[in-house]
Design a protein around this ligand. Sequence first.
Ligand SMILES: Cc1cc2nc3c(=O)[nH]c(=O)nc-3n(C[C@H](O)[C@H](O)[C@H](O)COP(=O)(O)OP(=O)(O)OC[C@H]3O[C@@H](n4cnc5c(N)ncnc54)[C@H](O)[C@@H]3O)c2cc1C
Length: 494
Amino acid sequence: MTATIERTSGTKTSDRVVVIGGGLSGLAAANRIQQSEKSLRRPVEVLVLEAKDRVGGVIATDRRDGFTLERGPDSFITNKPWATDLCRRLDLDDQLIEAAPTFRRSFVVRRGKLAPAPEGFVLMAPHRLAPVLSSPILSLRGKLRLLAEALIPRREGLGEESLAAFVRRRLGREALERLVQPLVGGMYTGDPNNLSLKATLPQFLAMEQEHGSLIRAAWRRRKDADARLETESSGARYGMYVSLADGMGALPRALAATLRPGTVRTNAPVRRITRGPNGNGWLVEPLNGPPIEADVVVATTEAHATARLIDGVDPSLALRLRGIPYASSIIVNVAYRRDLVRHALDGFGFVVPTIEGRRILAASFLNVKFPQRAPEGTALIRVFMGGESQPELFDLDDESVRQIVAAELGELIGASGDPIFLDIARHPRSMPQYVLGHLEGVEAIRRKAARHPGLYLAGVAYDGVGIPDCIRAAEAAADAVVSRLADPGSIAAA
Ligand SMILES: Cc1cc2nc3c(=O)[nH]c(=O)nc-3n(C[C@H](O)[C@H](O)[C@H](O)COP(=O)(O)OP(=O)(O)OC[C@H]3O[C@@H](n4cnc5c(N)ncnc54)[C@H](O)[C@@H]3O)c2cc1C
């Protein structure tokens, strides 16, 4: 076997880190390790192995007929600094673009019509009451129940609560079904009955704990500048989201460009990892090609993929990793001539409550949100389908997806005629669901992984699904790798 191993045995003059997965997390980790090389005792060779024929993972930007298509994520939040900081370090700051200042609002579908989300209603906290009271989205009974939130005592003890249970308890069933489920569900493509509040949106739990009520907490927070920014918009906090002028794909591209030539190998799926000779280090076994010796492995793959990699080494760790459920989703970018869409498109898009019984989850009006993404006189609509609530839609063929999108957009925004194009991007088992017990599950995963020196886990599965969270986790894993490599005692004799 040694003959086929990709490394010369004998005296080591460098350390080798193999990063598995070339999505944002893998690239950010590789970048950080190479940037930190000066603090190491000897050179470090970093290798990123990516299964697909391109890096970026779920982030993918395409160009077509003058349009910029985001086939994955389309923006990221700025109140968590790690993504904007990375953009600055990559000299991408002049590329950062904000959502357009006009029409910073979103709609919620009610009985087949688009109604504006109440101004100042941020995910699940009403920062202003007048817009909630005048909104057509809730019935009078639903509004009175929501107002009663200020009088409901905080919950003490009693274990973990689902997002849905929390919202039902504090704001009432109607606010959950008509507002919170579609607004939050779109972010996680998940079912709020299963999602853990403390793992997904702990800030709302903290609002209840600190102020006794979301309404009272929101009122107090309106006083500080940050909250004022949040309340400028409705539904989502558009003022706090940015994208990149050339599309989100510019971020993994810029990261990959910082890496030394030969660092990234695409079309390089890894089959499994095993312990190295005499239990030192690791052997990374690609599906095609000889095993690769590594001092350190950083797995940034989806939890289910990481489970397959590690199964032979630690089945109990693999079992825990498999316990993180994933949802599959479809993003459809569809472009129309503007005059073929009847709706004024005077917002950034709409979300669809599950109880509306429709076959799409949400849609963004990209030509309004980021006008530079679409030529004049056109409408670029980005539609989400599938997710945890409608997994069966993921398996439909392209023609069925096409028909659903045309029918739903026809009914909801009056889109008619043939689109200029319709592009379908599928994301199989790409969005982890932080369900009840997620934080304890991740703690157990970390404890078990710590039994394997030189193995690090990062990626979207564990500590936050957003782009800034992924970057923070990848950089933290990279820093831990660098500390390990910098400490001569920590790696078994080579
Ligand atoms: C549809 C969708 C939309 C999203 N939109 C947003 C958004 O607008 N804003 C936001 O902040 N966040 C968004 N997110 C979350 C965001 O995608 C993540 O924060 C981040 O991009 C995940 O990066 P990652 O590298 O951890 O995972 P991934 O991008 O999933 O990368 C994992 C990589 O590992 C590779 N891989 C898997 N198995 C193997 C193997 N055996 N060998 C080698 N390679 C392997 C995969 O091919 C993939 O490239 C969205 C997520 C999804 C799914």
